[in-house]
Design a protein around this ligand. Structure first.
Ligand code: SF4
Length: 425
């Protein structure tokens, strides 16, 4: 039997381990030690700084000689001692990557505490982790299992943990709305505070804003903390999310319904004022693509194809079902670049929200395209405010199709160089 899927032999992602480093380096008081070989170290420190770490990562020197001599543990222990000397160090995550995992790094041979710092082993064999979001999950779950304090005081029954890295204004807007329905506090993870990790283990509910945090959710389940499905994205998604939190936390349901209906009315007014028109393809890494596509479809766009790097998950099911009932023809989990390109041929779009290589291919064809993660990182997405920002931006992008077509024609002119129209420098 032949495989009908397109060739998938080209690289699909950079090393996924950077997702874990991003989470671990951004914590205040955390000084990660990386157990890996020099090649990984170079690439990963570069990417980590690019994503906002602002601190050095210490690493045991592990070249061929050290690996052959069995010095993985010894050199990692030495790096931990140096990390512990950093001013204000409270946490040393030891990130064990492909090489150290293959060579062997037994947890019992590492200290659990040095000076004031907890030492937490985070195993990230990147060859076994398919995407950088899943590496974020592995890192966060390892920290929570060690640092979470479920017994450290009374359960904060009306505190909600918001799980997922989002645009900075979004957790504030969500917190404001949740307080109106009776929630007393929110904790945003992954974040910068070690104390938040400790407190999170006593929260009343966990609300994953992104669906890929499987291990993290397992940690919360082990503390008997209930999990809210869906996310406050789009009109119907936000209303059902608010109602789910209201019933999980046993809040005043009249008040919850009143606030939810106000949100619905605001979202309806936004859609009425600026309905979307056009066909959009959505492709990304983190599973949020489905909720995003739902928002676009609610606003009037046609979204025939959605793909993501994560595997199918019960948390994406409500969005998947909604999309399938509202015109989306294909939803691909664990997608490849080749799946996305095939969709470009099948459903010629007015706009692509995609991964970097996919956007490059769309632009070569004169189709407006924007990197999905940047789109998420640079403007609000959640609640009616996020809906307004998203719809406005998407319509602007769709309206740029003429400009993209002009650029494509310009570069496709066969003899524009010969005619001396472009200086070759
Ligand atoms: S060897 Fe593993 S950790 Fe190192 S760069 Fe490659 S995938 Fe990443």
């Amino acid at each position: 039997m032949t495989d009908s899927r397109p060739c998938q032999l080209h690289p699909q992602s950079m090393c996924p381990a950077f997702g874990s480093l991003r989470v671990l380096t951004r914590l205040e008081g955390s000084h990660p030690v990386m157990a890996t070989d020099t090649g990984c170290l170079y690439g990963l420190t570069f990417v980590t700084h690019f994503y906002g770490a602002r601190k050095s990562i210490l690493a045991a020197h592990l070249g061929t000689a050290e690996l052959m001599a069995g010095e993985v543990v010894e050199n990692t222990r030495a790096a931990i001692e140096v990390a512990a000397q950093e001013p204000g160090c409270q946490l040393i995550p030891v990130v064990s990557l492909c090489v150290a995992e293959t060579a062997g790094l037994p947890e019992e041979m590492l200290p659990t505490r040095v000076g004031d710092a907890e030492v937490v082993l985070v195993r990230v064999p990147a060859y076994a982790i398919h995407s950088h979001p899943e590496a974020k999950d592995v890192a966060l779950a390892a920290l929570l299992r060690r640092l979470g304090e479920p017994e450290g005081g009374e359960r904060d029954a009306k505190t909600v943990v918001l799980l997922g890295e989002v645009f900075p204004a979004d957790p504030l807007a969500i917190d404001g709305l949740l307080r109106r329905i009776g929630v007393e506090a929110t904790i945003a993870l992954p974040g910068r505070s070690i104390d938040d990790m400790k407190r999170a283990a006593r929260a009343g509910a966990l609300a994953p804003l992104h669906p890929f945090y499987k291990e993290t959710m397992a940690a919360f389940r082990s503390w008997d903390i209930p999990i809210v499905g869906g996310a406050p994205v789009g009109m119907s998604g936000t209303v059902s999310w608010l109602k789910a939190i209201g019933s999980l936390l046993r809040l005043d349901l009249e008040q919850v319904n009143r606030v939810a209906e106000e949100e619905r009315a605001q979202a309806e007014a936004i859609i009425k004022a600026q309905p979307l028109a056009g066909r959009v393809i959505v492709s990304g890494y983190e599973g949020t693509e489905l909720a995003y596509a739902r928002l676009l479809a609610e606003a009037g766009a046609e979204v025939p194809y959605v793909s993501t790097s994560i595997a199918a998950d019960p948390l994406t099911l409500p969005d998947e079902m909604w999309l399938r009932n509202n015109g989306t023809k294909e939803i691909v989990y664990r997608k490849s670049l080749e799946d996305d390109v095939a969709a470009l041929d099948k459903y010629p779009p007015d706009l692509v929200l995609g991964t970097t290589p996919f956007c490059a291919i769309a632009k070569e064809r004169g189709i407006p395209a924007v990197y999905f993660t940047n789109q998420l990182a640079s403007r609000p997405l959640f609640l009616s405010g996020g809906m307004a920002a998203t719809i406005g931006f998407i319509q602007q992008m769709i309206n740029r199709s003429e400009r993209y077509e002009w650029i494509q024609t310009f570069f496709e002119e066969e003899d524009f160089v010969d005619q001396g129209e472009v200086p070759l420098g």
